[in-house]
Design a protein around this ligand. Structure first.
Ligand code: CA
Length: 403
């Protein structure tokens, strides 16, 4: 989790004001030169102000300034946005050499990955920073809500009813997909529902720009490196799709199945036979791509995903969580004060005599507890959140019950 930008950056004046109007002068300035992997240096400057605030200037803040400078609409919104836009715009211009170095490196990486110069140039021509994307990284519901509230938000009666309607409408397609990939039809519908509300909300953010914002704006080096790789992958998708632009979520996920660019390249399939793997507008392609993804991530047919359990007594907290050793259901029941709830999912759990399961208590031992199986971890390959996997599982159960 990156340090909140509001604690890193200081807003001296509104975005349209002159820097000279900032009366709180810096008392210390430190410039750090960072050697890039291609041997070109980039700088990062830290300014400490008289009032104790810190301003960090790097290529990322330069990017933010480019966005605001180039887009009047962003500038107009600056007064209502966090400090990052204003501070960056005060200090950096669109001609900054650091930003040009980032673009040069990105172009080099894209072409090294097999992208044509024409596609690379076209991608870089329109790329810009989106400050709101960084704000989104700090407000993800998985991080802010309790498990109970998160699941209530994700698995609503309306989403269950809509899922049942889509299940019935696509029953034959889902049957063929289950037969082809071994992934249950209700799980596919539920994943579709959680990811894009059954294809209704696929996102309208400019994918390359959203990824560039995350790649150059996040303080967490590992996450930033991940998004840089996905940015190059997105340019490869752009070339393969013969498109001029990609649209998707603020985090770079695309299409009805909300694949990251690397997943598009690896798992998107053409299931309607028109010669193109179109995860944006073809439901057969999107659902088949999801099934293909889950199959390749290790989905096991006929195995349960999760079941709700009750605690009959004290639990050694060392056995909690996905990193604890997985145990057969019988061992949980006999050795750890666990009993299965009397719902339908529990029947499948009781039959899983050889598969190991982990015990999850997302809201603590006083809240709901679950045994989760390897297929649960496969769902987490889609989104590395246990709450996400629980929401898919519970929506699948709801859709199954409603059809
Ligand atoms: Ca197709």
């Amino acid at each position: 989790m990156p340090t909140p930008l509001s604690t890193q950056l200081r807003l001296c004046t509104p975005i349209t004001s002159s820097p000279s109007k900032c009366s709180n002068k810096p008392i210390h300035r430190q410039r750090q030169v960072i050697e890039s992997e291609h041997g070109r240096d980039r700088s990062k400057e830290t300014w400490q102000y008289r009032d104790g605030n810190i301003l960090i200037k790097s290529a990322a803040w330069c990017l933010l300034s480019v966005a605001a400078w180039c887009c009047p609409r962003l500038s107009a919104r600056a007064a209502t946005l966090p400090q990052v836009e204003a501070a960056a715009t005060l200090e950096w211009g669109p001609q900054d050499e650091n930003w040009q170095l980032e673009l040069d490196t990105l172009r080099h990486d894209a072409m090294a990955a097999g992208v044509s110069p024409q596609t690379a140039d076209g991608a870089l021509e329109n790329i810009h920073l989106i400050p709101q994307v960084l704000e989104k990284t700090r407000t993800q519901p998985e991080r802010l809500l309790s498990a109970e509230d998160y699941l209530k938000r994700q698995v609503t009666p309306l989403r269950v009813r809509s899922g049942a309607e889509h299940y019935i409408k696509n029953r034959e397609l889902l049957r063929v997909l289950q037969q082809t990939y071994g992934v249950p039809d209700d799980v596919l519908v539920a994943t579709w529902g959680v990811e894009s509300n059954y294809g209704r909300y696929i996102g309208d953010w400019d994918t390359l720009s959203a990824l560039a914002t995350l790649a150059y704006g996040l303080e967490d080096a590992a996450r930033a490196a991940y998004f840089k790789r996905e940015l190059v992958n997105a340019i490869k998708v752009l070339e393969a799709a013969s498109s001029t632009a990609l649209r998707g979520s603020w985090a770079g996920a695309m299409g009805q199945c909300q694949f990251m660019p690397s997943a598009v390249l690896q798992y998107a399939v053409d299931f309607d036979g028109d010669g193109h793997a179109d995860i944006w507008s073809s439901t057969p392609d999107a659902l088949a791509s999801m099934a293909n993804f889950l199959k390749h991530k290790g989905w096991q047919e006929q195995e349960p995903i999760t079941c709700k359990v009750a605690l009959k007594g004290a639990i050694d907290e060392a056995v909690l969580g996905l990193k604890a050793p997985a145990l057969p259901v019988s061992e949980w029941i006999e050795g750890h004060n666990i009993e299965l709830a009397g719902d339908r999912a529990s029947n499948a759990c009781a039959l899983a005599t050889t598969v190991g399961a982990n015990l999850l208590a997302p809201d603590g031992l006083q809240g709901p507890c679950y045994l989760v199986f390897p297929n649960f971890k496969v769902l987490m390959k889609y989104n590395p959140s246990a709450l996400y996997a629980l929401s898919v599982t519970q929506l699948a159960e709801g859709v199954r019950s409603a059809t």
